[in-house]
Write a protein that binds this ligand. Structure first.
Ligand code: FES
Length: 158
């Protein structure tokens, strides 16, 4: 005669071991992926910038300031347009800086911010508001564009 409690105990034991093992495996996988090493994952140290639409007008991209983080001095946004993606920040009442948002390392869109730094979500390169590399792996600066401000609109010259 078989003892029905033995298979159940083995089953429970194995289920417990499998759960623990899979939990440890997932913990290892997720800890390895933590902190923005994934191209789509957020960086643990950065917040995501707000996104606004830029309007392509000839050889310029126009960005309306009202209703975005650019309404305040110190604010910055990611601008999406038919001409590409840009990071625009406001350094003063009429002082804006526009740089290309394509990371010079491997081409991810730089969409994070930590303090006054832009942060790439892929490998955490950091750039200052002028697009200068502060921390790699990127080694080249983001391209800066001239811009002007009038009537509540930032105009980026391409
Ligand atoms: S693509 Fe690697 S740091 Fe931006």
């Amino acid at each position: 005669m078989s003892n029905p409690s033995v298979p159940v105990s083995r089953r429970r034991f194995c289920a417990g071991v499998c759960q623990a093992a899979s939990g440890a495996t997932f913990a290892t996988i997720f800890s390895a992926c933590d902190g923005g090493s994934s191209p789509t994952g957020p960086s643990a140290m950065a917040s995501q910038l707000g996104t606004v639409s830029g309007r392509l007008a000839g050889s310029t991209v126009q960005v309306t300031v009202a209703g975005s983080a650019l309404a305040d001095v110190g604010g910055a946004v990611l601008v999406e347009s038919n001409a590409g993606v840009f990071l625009v920040s406001r350094g003063g009442e009429s002082a804006f800086t526009a740089v290309e948002a394509v990371c010079t390392h491997e081409g991810c869109t730089v969409n994070g911010a930590a303090g006054d730094m832009y942060v790439c979500p892929c490998h955490r390169s950091r750039y200052n508001r002028a697009g200068k590399v502060v921390n790699g792996p990127a080694t080249a600066n983001l391209r800066q564009y001239s811009s002007s401000f009038a009537n509540g609109v930032v105009t980026i010259s391409l």
